[in-house]
Design a protein around this ligand. Sequence first.
Ligand code: ATP
Length: 216
Amino acid sequence: MKTILLIGLGRFGRHIAMKLNELNHQVMAVDKDEEKVNAVLPFVTNAQIGDSTSEEFLSALGVRNFDVCIVAIGDNFQSSLETASLLKELGAQKVVARAARDVQAKFLLRNGADEVVYPEKQMAVWTAIRYSSDHISDYIALGDDHAIFEVEVPDSWIGKTIGQLDVRKRYHVSIMAIKQNGKFAMTVITPDTCLPAHSTILVLGTQRDIQKCFHI
Ligand code: ATP
């Protein structure tokens, strides 16, 4: 369980609060708007109304004690930059800030943010890849080159074992798991694992190798 300071409770911040609650983490939620704070109360451990660009207010929250501080302010870049910078100055262990443009990501990383999330860009990439092929069910980018794709088992692979297909050597990708009906059916994959029909596989590799292997 982690203790998380979540600042900015618009739609994005509220979704983060709901998910963290589902994952049983301890969340202190902050917004300058009372209504926004009230709306997340069912999902968080504590909440405060206040302006995160005020050093006095942030300092009183004891930002050092949180494992992660998430700045989910989007439109008001001045506020998010000041907040990220103050959090770091006050000794925050890890500051994650939301960016809406490349240039914002750059400034945030130079001024207090340890990491940046970029929802519009990240979801745009995911949407483009997910819906540009009928065979892809999910996709997770890992750095610039690598990714995990969830793809349908190609027809010519059904009933064959991973060893027979010699997937790693021939295609330079690794099969990590098999899913059936949307649920994980096998997570320990050996050369003897046989690929069933009506299933998807989670494949790790460079984007180029995966695209080549599955013609996507
Ligand atoms: P979203 O896109 O998540 O719906 P939004 O467009 O409603 O967000 P943003 O300007 O991105 O609004 O701000 C997100 C939240 O951050 C808002 O609820 C806003 O009240 C809050 N916020 C903005 N500046 C501050 C600040 N300085 N201190 C505390 N909360 C702030």
